[in-house]
Design a protein around this ligand. Structure first.
Ligand code: BEZ
Length: 209
């Protein structure tokens, strides 16, 4: 399998953390691509009409997107029920946390694009502030519910929230998301120490094709 991704993409990281947790990371070849909303990448568009990262290309040439679909596919490939619990209560808890983590990543990536991609004279400060407010509300909602995250194990909710917090550290470290959220900070410290997270630390890559 091939994965169109980028080492700074939190959604690409989410897929690779899932693959590491399932023990199949070595079956995925990473093709790093440079993609922005105003610079579609031809190689990605050839496999995904939305032109978005991550996109997984299977051995038979079929492509899967987005990260939710890819992660569920990988889980099924490994027998199912490991990252996406089958038991209804655990399943909806994990899926809701996945939606929260994905939403934080969406807002953070949009704020990042507005900060570094848009020409300075066109930057819209209110847009950035409202994306950041969305993140603040999501983290404040999660702090008293941190017990919903698995303490030692892993599921798709934990992976998504973990990658979202990792992206905030990577791109918005100065905003200090840990302040006033000791439960979440403690949970993330343990989660970030997992080998799957250590193996997928985000970084910039100028030469992505
Ligand atoms: C970033 O550089 O922050 C980034 C790169 C690819 C996808 C999303 C974000």
């Amino acid at each position: 399998m091939r994965l169109h991704s980028h080492p700074a993409s939190p959604f690409g990281r989410k897929v690779m953390v899932a693959a590491h947790e399932l023990g199949i990371a070595e079956r995925i070849r990473l093709d790093y691509r440079r993609v922005t909303p105003v610079e579609p990448n031809a190689a990605v568009v050839a496999d995904n009409p939305l032109g978005k990262l991550p996109t997984l290309v299977l051995e038979d040439g079929r492509a899967l997107f987005d990260s939710r679909v890819i992660c569920e596919y990988l889980d099924q490939l490994c027998g199912g029920g490991r990252l996406f619990p089958a038991e209804p209560e655990a399943r909806w808890r994990a899926l809701r946390l996945q939606a929260l983590g994905d939403g934080i990543m969406d807002a953070a990536v949009l704020a990042r694009y507005e900060t570094v991609l848009r020409p300075e004279e066109l930057r819209w400060q209110a847009w950035i502030e409202h994306q950041k407010l969305k993140i603040t509300r999501a983290l404040d909602w999660l702090e008293p519910r941190v017990a919903e995250l698995p303490e030692d194990g892993v599921d798709i909710g934990a992976i998504s929230v973990g990658c979202a917090l990792g992206y905030l550290d990577f791109r918005f470290g100065a905003d200090g998301w840990r302040a006033g959220r000791p439960g979440l900070a403690r949970w993330y410290e343990r989660f970030a120490a997992r080998p799957s997270m250590a193996a997928t630390r985000p970084h910039d890559l100028q030469e992505a094709a």
